[in-house]
Design a protein around this ligand. Structure first.
Ligand code: DGY
Length: 430
């Protein structure tokens, strides 16, 4: 069964392969997305290391001169997506969006390097990517943390990768928008609208894009002019982990300056992350930088910090929080607690389970010696795919497929999980 599933997963990624980059899925997302590509490369690496490196290199070919790595690269024209390149108006040689996405590339590059069969190719390609990813991390600290707190803000919900999470509701309410404008959305033509963000949310997303465009995508001012500035613990944990992993990689490759700087960035942010700890909820909280308040919410973003090397007692509390969620739904991990008021089992980031956030959590569980729970989540993930195919996300109560079909990062995660399971079995047998 597992070989058959791996072969199906490989076929999906091949179908979405445009030669030097992979689209998330046809029609709904016809371009290259930043963290999709990074996570997909982990799956590709099991059958084609060369192609896995190319995926990341293509992304970094479109890094901005200030260091930002955009969230979408519009390689080829496709009218099936809104907002397209002309709406963003970033004026880059190959059109890109003007905001970023969770910085998982550093972690991924070190994974590709450590697990490479072809060590000399890995060394050569990682050495070229290393200064680029370090520059992207520097960009975050310079432009998304102007007060040098150690934690970076997202200035658009799309930057979080968890677009319509209820974590953003209050901050987004303050973004002025014109509710009379009817944006020509394409996503709801491809997908059942009840599984997508609402028109009201899209109005706010577009108002932010228009504001940033008015400021000519100048990152020196965007953070401060944005009415939406939220510190997302999951996002910061991904940055902290990537800085740490890049520190290790730089150390192995002899880039001592990058190594020292990356370790110190990671250390400073990890200690700042403590300010977001919410003892009574047993998880972290988002922080609204405009209203200066912690956001009360039970989202996967508040669990993801287990991915960074958080203190053991924090990891233990997060494990208890996940075990509570286990009683509230059939398939782990819902993106919002099923007992929270705003939970919606099928609407994008307001409840459904995603294999990529499962993966990020699993890495954290394994590194904090919680392998049993990690295996439970791997098994749920595989069951979801066996039951409902390679969907973008899944209803955590019924296991029904939601969002796009034949999704690249779901396929990649299946490959990673099944390889992990067979290696664990081999270790147990030997
Ligand atoms: C979308 O269009 O839904 C994307 O998630 C934005 O990046």
């Amino acid at each position: 069964m597992s070989n058959e599933l791996i072969n199906r997963a490989i076929k999906i990624i091949e179908k979405n392969d445009f030669g030097t980059y992979t689209i998330p899925t046809e029609k709904l997302y016809p371009f290259q997305w930043n963290w999709d590509s990074c996570l997909v490369s982990l799956g590709i690496a099991h059958s084609n290391e060369d192609r896995a490196w190319t995926e990341i290199e293509t992304l970094f070919e479109h890094q901005w001169s200030d260091g930002m790595l955009p969230h979408i690269i519009f390689h080829e024209r496709d009218d099936g997506y809104f907002p397209g390149p002309e709406v963003w108006g970033t004026n880059t040689a190959v059109a890109t969006s003007g905001i970023s996405q969770p910085p998982i590339a550093g972690f991924v590059i070190y994974q590709l390097f450590k697990n490479a069969q072809d060590k000399s190719m890995a060394k050569e390609r990682a050495s070229k990517l290393l200064p680029l990813v370090a520059a992207w991390h520097d960009w975050f600290f310079e432009f998304r943390d102007p007060a040098s707190t150690g934690l970076v803000s997202i200035i658009h919900p799309w930057e979080s990768g968890r677009d319509n999470s209820s974590d953003w509701d209050e901050a987004l309410d303050r973004v002025p928008s014109n509710e009379l404008i009817n944006y020509p959305r394409k996503d709801t033509k491809h997908i059942n609208p009840i599984q997508r963000p609402t028109n009201k949310e899209y109005g706010k997303y577009m108002a932010l894009v228009e504001l940033f465009k008015k400021h000519k995508w100048n990152n020196k001012v965007l953070h401060d002019v944005s009415p939406f500035q939220v510190v997302d613990p999951g996002f910061n944990a991904i940055l902290i982990k990537s800085c740490f992993e890049i520190g290790c990689l730089a150390n192995e490759l002899g880039f001592s300056e990058i190594s020292e700087k990356s370790f110190s960035q990671s250390k400073k942010s990890l200690s700042a992350l403590e300010t977001l700890w919410n003892e009574s909820e047993g998880q972290y909280s988002c922080f609204d930088r405009k209203s200066k308040t912690l956001i009360k919410s039970h989202s996967i973003g508040c669990i993801l910090p287990i991915f960074a090397n958080i203190p053991k007692e924090r990891a233990d509390s997060i494990v208890s929080t996940i075990l509570k969620l286990e009683k509230e739904c059939k398939y782990l991990i819902p993106s919002h607690s099923p007992v929270a008021d705003k939970f919606d089992s099928s609407r994008y980031w307001r409840g459904p389970a995603w294999l990529i956030t499962n993966y990020i959590t699993i890495i954290g569980l394994k590194q904090s010696n919680n392998s049993k729970l990690a295996e439970r989540i791997i098994n749920d993930s595989i069951t979801l795919v066996e039951k409902s195919g390679f969907a973008e996300y899944y209803d955590p109560i019924t296991g029904d497929p939601c969002g796009g079909k034949t999704f690249s990062w779901t396929a990649a995660m299946v490959i990673v999980f099944l390889k992990y399971k067979s290696n664990t079995m081999l270790q147990r047998d030997s």
